[in-house]
Design a protein around this ligand. Structure first.
Ligand code: AMP
Ligand code: GLY
Length: 434
């Protein structure tokens, strides 16, 4: 490390991912002060200074960073990244973890990413993009089903529809291109081949031409048990995910990660942050479903607690373009996060319900706030669809699950909803193997 005195970090965002990143900063010997914008009550109770500045108010975030002499800004969500927060910080000489707008475009435009993947020969589903409903409908007349229809721009994880038949596909095209269901984000759509297989993702920390692959993790996107119902931001995760063994990881690195990083360099994108690669394990190998330009939520809640190496050291080195000198060591532990949501999410749900929390957490239990708010009488109330992430750590996945679910049962609010089957597929595989 070249920096000697402890630094001030600003964490941008207010979800479970940002609470986890802020928690790691508070634990780091490299850090003396953690500011969060806007943060959440969990971050405040961990000793972060929460400032009432919205994550996507670029001007005010930059002003806050300048006024508080921040040494490193860690940007959690994709929206401020795509609005150019890191470019604006760089103009003030402030280091940031997260890509500039040219890198963030790989999440903000699915057609941009698709062209990139095709240009660099990276395996992905065949797709075409459309701005005209007439042309899209004509294409659908001769397509095979199911087929995937995606809003090109950011849509908070809701802009992808798997159309089972022609009728549903036509309706989706109408909703997106004519009804502008996702506003400007669905002015362009992508119609993509439906890939079959098990879905997984990897997190790659990228700094220019250097990269480092984080441990594997597995998200659970559907709202209901058995992976049924509409997609959410994520209802739970675990790490490591044994679906990706060493041989498969090597293949993913050779066929997907390396060409992606080389492609970014060739395009002149100096990417410094997390590249989250969503993958489908098809019968003909791993294929890219999407790029995200930030840590996953709730994957962060299982990945960060497993790192033996200080995450702040890694993020600082990434922001400085010095990642090549860093190795990441990982705890020999399993982690599971279960999301406590408000019943009704991802559609409409109640807010303002009082949350009861346990006085103490046992060893190997962590509680990360997401949609919570502190009200005048000091109570913490629900304030979002995903309310909290409960993480358990253990020597194996069974133990991690027990720690997580025990803690889930100790948190109370009226509309509490959770999936009881996080990691179930992997736990069954473990059982079958013994
Ligand atoms: P995305 O926002 O691109 O990650 O898509 C959201 C979800 O839709 C993914 O996590 C997959 O479950 C599903 N999905 C996206 N693209 C495809 C595809 N080509 N084939 C099958 N499922 C897909
Ligand atoms: N958990 C999925 C995501 O963060 O996009």
């Amino acid at each position: 490390m070249t920096q000697q005195s402890p630094i001030t970090v600003l964490v941008v965002g207010s979800g479970g991912r940002e609470h986890t990143l802020a928690w790691a900063c508070k634990k780091s010997p490299l850090v003396q002060r953690v500011i969060a914008a806007p943060g959440n009550p969990g971050m405040a109770s961990d000793g972060c200074e929460c400032e009432k500045v919205a994550a996507d108010n670029i001007e005010e975030i930059v002003q806050l960073a300048v006024e508080t002499c921040v040494d490193l800004v860690i940007v959690g969500p994709e929206v401020p990244l795509s609005l150019g927060l890191v470019d604006a910080l760089a103009a003030e000489g402030i280091l940031a973890y997260g890509p500039k707008a040219d890198g963030a475009l790989f999440e903000a435009s699915k057609s941009h990413t698709k062209s990139f993947l095709l240009k660099y020969g990276i395996p992905t589903g065949a797709a075409d993009s459309f701005e005209s409903a007439e042309a899209a409908k004509e294409y659908l007349d001769t397509a095979s089903y199911p087929i995937v229809i995606k809003a090109d721009g950011l849509a908070a994880g809701k802009g992808v529809i798997i159309a089972e038949d022609h009728e549903k596909a036509i309706q989706t095209v109408e909703d997106m291109l004519v009804g502008l269901k996702f506003g400007d984000s669905s002015k362009t759509i992508l119609i993509e081949e439906c890939l079959q297989g098990e879905e997984t993702s990897i997190h790659v920390i990228v700094s220019g031409s250097d990269y480092l692959i984080l441990p594997t993790s597995q998200d659970h996107k559907a709202i209901f048990e058995g992976d049924k119902g509409p997609n959410t931001g994520g209802m739970g995760a675990y790490s490591p995910a044994d679906l990706i063994d060493d041989a498969l990881m090597q293949r993913i690195e050779n066929e997907i990660v390396k060409p992606s990083i080389d492609g970014l360099v060739a395009e002149g994108v100096d990417y410094r942050g997390t590249l989250y690669i969503g993958l489908m394990m098809t019968s003909s190998g791993p294929k890219v479903i999407e790029f995200n330009v930030r840590f996953g939520d709730p994957e962060t809640q299982v990945l960060i607690p497993r790192l033996k190496t200080d995450p702040v050291e890694v993020m600082l080195a990434t922001a400085r373009g010095e990642l090549g000198s860093i190795n990441v060591e990982v705890e020999d532990a399993y982690a599971m996060t279960v999301v406590l949501a408000s019943n009704g999410y991802p559609e409409s749900y109640p807010k303002g319900e009082t949350i009861t929390l346990p006085e103490n957490l046992a060893e190997g239990q962590l509680l990360f706030h997401a949609g919570t708010k502190q009200v005048e009488n000091g109570s913490i109330v629900t304030n979002g669809g995903r309310v909290m992430g409960v993480t358990g750590l253990g020597a194996n996945l069974e133990e991690a699950a027990k720690k997580a679910y025990d803690l889930c049962d100790q948190v109370g609010f009226e509309s509490k909803y959770l999936r009881r089957d996080i990691g179930a597929k992997e736990l069954n595989r473990h059982k079958a193997a013994t």
